[in-house]
Design a protein around this ligand. Structure first.
Ligand SMILES: Cc1cc2nc3c(=O)[nH]c(=O)nc-3n(C[C@H](O)[C@H](O)[C@H](O)COP(=O)(O)OP(=O)(O)OC[C@H]3O[C@@H](n4cnc5c(N)ncnc54)[C@H](O)[C@@H]3O)c2cc1C
Length: 366
């Protein structure tokens, strides 16, 4: 059996690894000239690590970094809004790992035969009825076509041309890679309509992200990021002072929660192509990894694309909605409302955080 995988990002490569492990011949078509990821951090949460366990990759990723679960939320002045019990979270759900995206991609690449990887090939159309894929180098055909081609998926548009387009969430995101600096773990700080997070990477560098409300498509610059966050609590001013332009990336934030199906004929979609989500829960790539291993299992046990859709659609669309709601809370910018929000968060018990994350990070492959 042969699978054509469109897109060699984290979702596509996990799918290639999972299908290859189940005996499929795989071909990965990636439009970029090389298999690579943007220079930023990636939080791999316990649910995704369990997905990776099915590929014998979970422990390799766990060994990359000693990073623990999210360390809590602060106010710009430094006070704590919530501070989850890290030991309890780890006992309940397992390890969280923050690593560089390129490192995650390289670990996945080792699980896919090198002759299956075709970069510089742009897919233009797919045909669900016979598994034909039309691309810049000609055509490929498979018993299964996996659309793992991200937010602006050609596969999705080819199969569901009338599906609603991804929705702009109302805020833009900056990702920064900062030279080594002491930080207390993964911490996020919420202001009014803007927030800042930081976490150590395995090599000591610090991955930071900053989000703020902005009209869709408005380009900002590092000077604006420094102006907005440069007076927040330590170590944020020092982190912002040491970041270089070349290590800063801006992207607008989108999600997609309404695709009517993830499967049609011989074609399935996964990851951002199926359910792009805001980064608020740090689950986009984690859900793509879940998708990939569930797809491989469904293809192996005879359920096929329909069983994959049934197993994944409700869950992933729930995560999209949960992430969207968190984003609305995080980006409140009306002073009265942010005060109420902050007061409520300070009063909420640690168990509330456990209850909120359990359905997402508690996932286990069947
Ligand atoms: C700021 C930010 C922070 C985030 N942090 C986290 C986090 O901590 N943890 C987490 O789990 N998730 C996180 N996410 C989400 C995560 O990055 C995405 O959900 C994940 O990368 C999606 O993977 P994917 O493989 O589905 O798509 P992509 O990574 O977008 O990969 C798609 C691939 O397909 C290729 N492609 C596209 N079109 C074509 C075509 N026509 N032909 C051939 N190839 C094509 C692209 O070049 C690309 O390589 C974050 C997202 C953002 C924006």
């Amino acid at each position: 059996m042969r699978a054509i995988i469109v897109g060699g990002g984290i979702g596509g490569l996990t799918a290639a690894a999972a299908l290859h492990r189940r005996g499929w011949e795989v071909e990965v078509l990636e439009r970029a000239p090389a298999f690579t990821e943007v220079g930023a951090g990636l939080m791999v949460q316990p649910n995704a690590l369990r997905a990776l366990d099915t590929l014998d990759l979970g422990d390799t990723v766990r060994a990359q970094a000693p990073s623990g679960p999210p360390g809590g939320l602060r106010e710009p002045g430094g006070g704590w809004l919530t501070r989850p019990d890290a030991a309890d979270l780890q006992r309940r759900f397992g390890q969280w790992v923050m690593l560089h995206r390129a490192d995650m991609l390289n670990l996945l690449l080792k699980k896919v035969p090198s002759n299956a990887l075709r970069s510089g090939v742009e897919v233009r159309e797919v045909r669900p009825e016979d598994g034909t894929v039309l691309h810049s180098e000609g055509t490929s055909a498979g018993d299964l076509v996996v659309g793992a081609d991200g937010l602006r998926s050609v596969v999705r548009r080819s199969v569901w041309p009338d599906a609603v387009a991804p929705r702009y969430a109302g805020y833009t995101t900056w990702r920064l890679l900062v030279p080594a600096h002491p930080v207390e773990g993964l911490v996020e700080t919420w202001g009014r309509g803007e927030r800042f997070g930081y976490a150590p990477l395995p090599d000591g560098r610090i991955y930071c992200y900053a989000t703020f409300r902005a009209p869709e498509g408005r380009l900002s610059d590092l000077a604006e990021v420094r102006r907005r966050f440069g007076k927040w609590h330590d170590p944020i001013p020092a982190l912002l002072a040491s970041v270089e332009e070349k290590d800063a990336l801006q992207h607008d934030t989108y999600d997609l929660s309404s695709l009517p199906s993830y499967a049609k004929g011989k074609v399935v979609v996964l990851g951002d192509a199926a359910h792009a989500m805001t980064p608020n829960l740090g689950q986009g790539a984690c859900q793509a990894m879940e998708d990939a291993v569930v797809l491989a299992a469904a293809m192996a046990d005879g359920g096929g694309p329909v069983a994959y859709d049934k197993a994944r659609r409700a869950r992933t669309q729930m995560v999209v909605r949960q992430s969207r709601r968190l984003g609305v809370m995080a980006h409140l910018n009306v002073p009265g409302l942010t005060n109420v929000r902050n007061a409520a968060m300070k009063l909420s018990p640690a168990s509330a955080f456990v209850k909120q994350v359990a359905p997402v990070v508690g996932w286990k492959p069947e």
